[in-house]
Design a protein around this ligand. Structure first.
Ligand code: SF4
Length: 1528
């Protein structure tokens, strides 16, 4: 027989068998409760229920989303409805409970937290009119669950079944309750009657106060056998009816009010009969007798165990009665608690006094009552009162002595001791009441690893807003409601966290201070002080008491004066000295406050007009918002507050704009009146990664679900706008409000660029209409054309499938076919059956998935059951790479989307035109090889194979064409910038703007969501500066900081090539940003594109003179190789009135003497390293210069290497990373010319037909080193000399303080992956800005994306150190692995990214740090790098261990790079995920710790132990890899 292992399963199963609808309350939709897993399982298996005709409906609801609201709808429509939850929701659901009590609703509540729950969750709601049942073991849980359902059906009243799940943890598995028993006990006939009734006419909202009545099951038919006892309840008067009316229990009156009406009740039609407590007793008895007769298990309202003649007993309302009983049983003669009984309530409400007196042996003279109730508001506990009332009023008993105890947490080992204490007190002459037993606060903190883990893994998320408040107002901050900062806002914490509670205490506090101010005023006028000083200071203070800034400044002065005065007047004031400070007072709460605004404390606060600040943290993740019941009453608090008209309101999101949060909090604090800040912190589970939170936030903000704004109703008095929109979109309701308020029109007038967004409506309807329009437009175009129709649909990631489709369409048209071509997702799926000929062309994305613009189409085709393609012919061409997945089990990913859709269309009845064609990137012509065979077959099958007179096709436009036609890089950029209808620029211009230092990107986190909303991608631009050698002045730093804040996404990236990069600059802000950069005497020209890029230079803090000279060479080379076009100046540096705003020189002209009109075949990179530091990775660039120091200590010249480069295409063996080859030595004065000549030979010999083969490394390898070098020397007219000796030691930075030869100081700080941003924990950006405002030093950006604060004179040292400390920038105490790690940007902005990098590497390092620590490797530097794609921006191929993105979440792993960047690594594993990465890395690090030779580097070690072969140079990069490709 099937067995039940745990109480969650036992209860879930009975609930499932006994309900139509189950509301499963969970911490979040993705986190299971102890019941939900089983409920889901049953539903997935379509298990049958005994009550529901079909499969019960399971509704999953978050616990902080007012879950009981979900009950009204099903209850009203006659559904038997059950809730599974933990007890934490009960108190805040009291208003619902009152209403639901009169319906047969069952709530199974697992007491929270298990193991040491607070039973006040139950005692606090004891009067809501529900029946309460308690179970204490696994078997009881199953039986009481069944009792609860049967009781609800038979009584028509709500039942709450509660238990502490920890009580039954050690219980043996039990047998399933048989379906037969469940059927009989439930009384399904009665259930059917209930189901057939609709309570539409008795609205739940208006029924409050109506007496609870049995409104079902009273007809003759329903009273049918088999159960005589039920008969009685179902129609006849129960034996207890008479006596119940005169019951002495006060609680009984609560639950049986109106019991006397029962006497006149005869049938349901004439008069429904109220349910009395005796009815409940009667029904329970009958249910339990049924259970007993079939199983032998006995139950009664109070469960007594122990000797029948016990003189003392324990009444327990708390956890683990089993443990107490066992202790009693094993008591010895010596124990105080020998021969005692234990009694626990099974039926807690109604409280049946008679049953208690029956259960308790008459011999009991002393009774200890233990209550595990922590939140107690009364002196006597609720259970003690119940017991007292019962036993004192009972005439049949000689009242025993009753002593109450409060039960805390008892360790297993201390239970004997605790019981001794309890009974010693009980048996004493005059026992003490209200003793506390055990630990009040629960198990000792820090004791369980679960708690520890929780605290370790989550503080970041939970604390963000509290930390900002703390940061802004520090000691002035006062949070009025009882929240711990740890969980502020994320979890609702019950009564004390409610706004009412906090508001009351705040008002009291304010009044208290007002009184104090009056006292001070009075004191200032008296002569009660011994010195003169206090009076003057007190009057001054009293005048400013309400001005926080002034009052707080004066407070310490006043306190000091009073302290030395010594008079009694002074001492009196000093007793309340805290009140000299004016606090920043806040109420902090969660979105749970949003459910019943009209009645909530928020309403009180707003209506009061008091100067109180509220911070409300909303944690509903964007992707779960739709799952919320539309009928819910969750209100927009911001809107509600704005409608009040007197409140400052702001909506912010810390993971979207940190600055805006700060601003809003400061404005709220300064506002004289109520303020409400709605703060977003989407939160799914305790272990949510910050990345998940970031992505949820972005979606919510970007799509207008959570707009960022600030509203100050008094701003207009000051001539400012009341409403400030800080994000781009707002939702409809807010839009309506603004429109009503006439603000909308003003806003639109002022910001016409928002117009389209503001007045747009959202949703899938838009998308539908768009699809329809696009298709209709096509059809109109095709009208009039002859020939067969052919619809070509593509799904394309990088453009190949799209280009192929468009070309196919052109060719089809030329053959007389009516062709239509569009992305799969743009095609209305319902039209597919009407198409005659459909050709699908799809690429393969990720792990065999559809590219983004075909995913919805595929989902539709895959899941549709009614697409009939009997009249449709189709074929498919698929593009993929047969070697992308080396492992056998992954081979099926090859061209999977194409193969899948081909099979599916066939299954839907489609006829194939021709067989599927497969394009393979491994073929000689890549996918073109397969396509070349497939296309002619298609034309033949369509009957247009031999058509004469087909016009010649224009050749495809290449990058070379774009450059040549661009008029020296102008293209149509200017026009594109003017076009406000789109955030994008044209494809051709996208190539050209790279030469100007900017790329168009789109936010990839938002792609899917925006598409679903019918919006274009969230386009923005990346801007890269040109900063030779990475040296910036403090002023330049401040200017860059301001640009990122005002025009970008508030962050800056310090790149691997030592420059500033801005992200998230929208098109309209591109020009101002470029002008700002120019004003800072920097430029962006040639920062990207097919030109020489930024020239790098070692940072060398310890030798400043040599650095200065080398840096000068870097600048000279950079300037020498700049393009000459005036287009840059023309496009970016003229203002709207065509006035010249260029600051940094004007010496450019339209002639490119060096580059010519087509510039270089590919990008060109130069770097300088100064031995022994290879911190710029000198081997990885087109030209690597190794600085050679002369004997005089000055720069002499350079060893020049050429042909290094990183970019690779996965699996394309023709591409490889390469290290630079040595050309020889060049004097410092000639080096720029030598560089120029190398560039020119590359210009003329580089492969312009294939961009993947166009870098200098291939040109040199193809031509041969000697030939290439010979051509350079010939062009130059000079020869390279023999290289000079040099020696490198590492390619990482040296962190901390260093002194140079001039005595100036330099501090290298750790900037993780180069990202400069503020967070609540680490206000790094602010700190650097503040330092830049005061320092006389300079900022040096390193090639490892870190930062050096340079040239600090010794007299400024202390102050600088203090500032670094203040902003936590002085911390370099990280693991050496972290300090040596580096990642590129990748998601969300880089269009080429296949996997996360910058956002993920820090997490991966964290996961390895424990292992480093264990193996004593914390201080060992291992160079680890990660990039999101094989373009290799963070130079992964030179790292000792590297991860390069292959698909989302999957990386190729490389091992064996040289520690100082001299040797390439080699592929170790392909497409591995985090789990496998850790599986490989952890044992490997352990081995390294144990087996390495002295001083042996990790990269050398893995080669020595044979894990990987050494790569000698780029051309053997693909040979002897560790992973052999497996055959299918
Ligand atoms: S390596 Fe690839 S993913 Fe990373 S920033 Fe460069 S191009 Fe983007």
């Amino acid at each position: 027989m099937a067995q039940v292992l745990g109480v969650g399963e036992a209860v879930a199963r009975i609930a499932y068998l006994s309900s139509d609808v189950i509301v499963s309350v969970q911490p979040s939709l993705s986190t299971d409760s102890e019941f939900s897993k089983f409920l889901r399982q049953y539903a997935d298996n379509k298990a049958s229920s005994l009550i529901c005709k079909d499969v019960p409906e399971i509704q999953h609801v978050r616990h902080n989303a007012d879950p009981l609201l979900s009950l009204y709808q099903p209850v009203r429509s006659g559904k038997i409805t059950t809730v599974t939850t933990d007890s934490s929701i009960l108190i805040k659901s009291i208003p619902h409970l009152y209403r639901l009590a009169q319906y047969p609703v069952v709530i199974h509540a697992s007491l929270h937290p298990a193991g040491f729950p607070d039973y006040s969750d139950i005692t606090s709601i004891r009067n809501v009119g529900f029946t309460f049942l308690q179970s204490n073991s696994l078997q009881e849980a199953q039986d009481m669950a069944l009792t609860a359902h049967a009781l609800a059906i038979r009584s028509g009243k709500g039942v709450i079944h509660f238990f502490d799940a920890a009580n039954s943890k050690a219980d043996q598995p039990i047998a399933h309750e048989s379906r037969q028993l469940v059927t009989e006990v439930l009384d399904t006939n009665l259930a059917r009657q209930y189901q057939s009734m609709s309570s539409d006419d008795t609205s739940l909202y208006v029924s409050e106060g109506r007496p609870q009545v049995r409104n079902i099951g009273l007809s003759e038919g329903a009273a049918a056998p088999p159960l005589p006892a039920v008969n009685g309840v179902s129609g006849a008067t129960s034996p207890h009816d008479q006596s119940s009316a005169s019951s002495s229990s006060s609680d009984r009156k609560n639950s049986s009010s109106g019991a006397s009406e029962a006497e006149s009740a005869t049938t349901v039609d004439s008069q429904p009969k109220p349910v009395s407590s005796d009815d409940i007793d009667f029904i329970c008895e009958s249910i339990w007798s049924q259970i007993r007769s079939q199983t032998g298990r006995k139950y009664s309202a109070f469960n007594y165990t122990g000797p029948a003649n016990a003189e003392s007993a324990l009444f327990l309302f708390g956890s683990d009665p089993g443990l107490f009983a066992a202790e009693f049983q094993s008591a010895t003669q010596a124990d105080f608690f020998r021969n005692v009984g234990l009694i626990t309530p099974v039926l807690y409400r109604p409280w049946l006094a008679e049953r208690l007196t029956e259960a308790l042996p008459r011999s009991v003279k002393r009774l200890a009552v233990l209550e595990q109730v922590r939140r107690r508001t009364t002196k006597w506990g609720p259970i003690l009162l119940d017991v007292l009332m019962t036993l004192k009023a009972s005439d049949s008993h000689q009242t025993p002595t009753i002593v109450g105890y409060q039960l805390g947490y008892l360790e297993y080992t201390t239970i004997t001791q605790a019981l001794s204490g309890i009974f010693q007190n009980l048996l004493s002459q005059s026992p003490i009441q209200n003793l506390e037993v055990g630990q009040h606060g629960g198990p000792r903190t820090g004791g369980t690893s679960v708690q520890n883990e929780f605290q370790l893994s989550q503080p970041k998320l939970e604390n963000a807003y509290m930390k900002i408040l703390d940061q802004l107002f520090s000691e002035r901050l006062h949070i009025a409601n009882a929240l711990t900062s740890k969980s502020a806002g994320v979890e609702d914490q019950g009564i004390k966290s409610s706004p009412e509670y906090g508001f009351g205490s705040l008002l009291a506090r304010k009044q208290h201070r007002q009184r104090f101010v009056s006292e001070v005023q009075a004191a200032a006028k008296t002569r009660g002080f011994t010195t003169d000083n206090p009076q003057k200071w007190l009057s001054q203070w009293a005048l400013s008491a309400t001005d926080a800034e002034k009052a707080n400044k004066l407070a310490p002065e006043v306190i000091q004066r009073l302290s030395i005065d010594g008079s009694s007047a002074a001492s009196k004031l000093l007793r309340s000295k805290g009140l000299f400070y004016k606090e920043s007072q806040w109420l902090v709460g969660s979105d749970a406050w949003a459910y019943d605004l009209g009645n909530s404390g928020i309403h009180h606060v707003l209506a009061s007009g008091e100067n109180v600040n509220m911070l409300i943290v909303d944690s509903t993740p964007y992707s779960e918002r739709a799952a919320q019941d539309a009928a819910r009453r969750k209100k927009d608090i911001g809107l509600y507050a704005m409608n009040f008209g007197n409140a400052y309101v702001a909506s912010c999101a810390v993971y979207s704009s940190y600055t805006q949060v700060l601003q809003a909090m400061m404005e709220a604090e300064a506002f004289d009146g109520p303020s409400v800040i709605m703060a977003y912190l989407p939160y799914n589970r305790e272990d949510d990664s910050p990345l998940a939170v970031l992505q949820e936030t972005k979606k919510a903000v970007d799509l207008g679900y959570w707009p960022l704004y600030r509203w100050d109703p008094k701003a207009e008095e000051k001539g400012e706008e009341a409403f400030k929109l800080d994000s781009e979109r707002i939702k409809k309701e807010l839009q309506e409000f603004l429109r009503r308020d006439n603000h909308m029109s003003q806003l639109m007038r002022r910001h016409p660029q928002f117009h389209a967004h503001l007045s747009e409506s959202y949703g899938s309807e838009v998308r539908k209409v768009q699809k329809r329009k696009a298709k209709d437009a096509y059809e109109a175009l095709l009208e009039g054309l002859q020939g067969a129709p052919m619809t070509i649909l593509f799904a394309s990631d990088n453009g190949n499938a799209e280009n192929l489709s468009k070309r196919l369409a052109r060719r089809g048209k030329a053959r007389g076919l009516k062709t239509m071509c569009m992305a799969m997702d743009d095609f209305p799926l319902e039209d597919l059956p009407n198409e005659e000929n459909v050709v699908l062309i799809t690429a393969t994305a990720g792990q065999g998935e559809f590219p983004q613009n075909g995913r919805n189409f595929w989902e539709g085709v895959k899941t549709s059951t009614d697409l009939d393609l009997a009249n449709t012919k189709f074929t498919v061409f698929a593009l993929g790479d047969s070697h992308y997945w080396p492992r056998k089990e992954d081979k099926h990913y090859y061209n999977k989307p194409g193969k899948d859709i081909f099979a599916r269309l066939q299954a839907l009845g489609g006829k194939q035109i021709i067989d599927i064609g497969l394009g393979d990137d491994q073929d000689p012509d890549q996918y073109q090889t397969g396509y070349g065979e497939w296309e002619p077959k298609l034309w033949d099958a369509m009957g247009v194979g031999n058509v004469e007179g087909i016009p010649d096709e224009p050749p495809p436009i290449t990058n070379e064409d774009i450059k040549a036609a661009s008029n020296f890089l102008r293209g149509t950029i200017e026009e594109g910038l003017q076009d406000a209808s789109t955030g994008a620029i044209s494809a051709g211009d996208q190539q050209l703007t790279k030469f100007h230092g900017t790329y168009m990107q789109d936010d990839r986190d938002l792609r899917d969501e925006r598409k679903a909303q019918g919006l274009e991608p969230a386009y923005s631009f990346m801007i890269r500066c040109r900063l030779p050698g990475g040296v910036a002045t403090p002023l330049q730093w401040q200017q860059m900081d301001a640009i990122s804040t005002e025009l970008g996404n508030e962050t800056m990236k310090l790149t691997t090539r030592q420059t500033f990069q801005f992200h998230g600059v929208v098109k309209g802000k591109l020009k101002p940003a470029m002008q700002g950069i120019n004003k800072a005497l920097m430029t962006t020209i040639a920062a990207c594109g097919d030109v020489n890029r930024n020239v790098m230079c070692s940072s060398l803090p310890e030798l400043s003179e040599l650095h200065r000279e080398t840096h000068a060479s870097a600048k000279k080379i950079s300037d020498h190789l700049l393009p000459s076009t005036t287009a840059y100046h023309e496009i970016w540096l003229k203002d709207d009135n065509d006035k010249n705003v260029q600051v940094a020189g004007n010496a450019v002209q339209d002639f490119e003497p060096m580059y010519g009109p087509t510039y270089l075949p590919r990008k060109f990179k130069i770097t300088i390293a100064i031995p022994p530091h290879n911190d710029t990775d000198v081997y990885a660039h087109d030209i690597g210069l190794i600085a050679i120091k002369g004997e005089d200590g000055h720069l002499k010249g350079f060893n020049l290497m050429a042909g290094g480069g990183m970019g690779v295409t996965h699996n394309m063996k023709k591409t490889y990373p390469q290290t630079g080859r040595m050309f020889g030595y060049v004097d410092r004065d000639a080096v720029h010319i030598a560089c120029e000549k190398i560039m020119l030979v590359q210009r003329d010999n580089g492969d312009r037909t294939n961009r993947k083969h166009a870098r200098l490394k291939y040109t040199i390898d193809d031509m041969g080193l000697d030939v290439f070098k010979g051509q350079v020397e010939e062009l130059w007219g000079e020869k390279f000399e023999e290289p000079k000796p040099f020696h490198f030691e590492s390619n990482i930075d040296t962190f901390g303080w260093q002194k140079d030869e001039r005595g100036l100081n330099h501090f290298t700080m750790f900037i993780e992956n180069g990202r400069i941003e503020d967070t609540a924990e680490f206000p790094m950006k602010t700190g650097l800005r503040e330092i830049a405002k005061v320092t006389k030093g300079e900022f040096r950006l390193t090639g490892n994306q870190h930062l050096i604060l340079s040239n600090i004179p010794s007299e400024e040292l202390e102050e600088t150190k203090a500032m670094l400390k203040k902003y936590k920038l002085d911390n370099t105490n990280f693991s050496a692995l972290r300090l040596s790690s580096s990642a590129c940007v990748a998601f969300p902005t880089c269009g080429l990214a296949m996997a996360e990098s910058e956002r993920y590497l820090p997490e991966l390092v964290t996961k390895l740090e424990g292992c480093l620590e264990e193996n004593g490797l914390r201080q060992e530097s291992i160079v680890m790098r990660m990039t999101g794609c094989p373009n290799g921006c963070a130079r992964p191929w030179l790292a000792e261990v590297a991860f390069v993105g292959k698909a989302y979440g999957a990386y190729n792993m490389y091992l064996g790079g040289g520690y100082h960047g001299q040797r390439l690594n080699k592929l170790f594993r392909s497409s591995i995920k985090e789990e496998e990465i850790l599986e490989i890395m952890k044992p490997l690090l352990k081995r390294y710790a144990l087996e390495r030779n002295e001083g042996e580097r990790f990269g050398d070690f893995v080669i020595r132990i044979g894990m990987i072969k050494a790569t000698r140079e780029g051309r053997d990069f693909h040979d002897d890899t560790a992973e052999v490709e497996e055959d299918e």
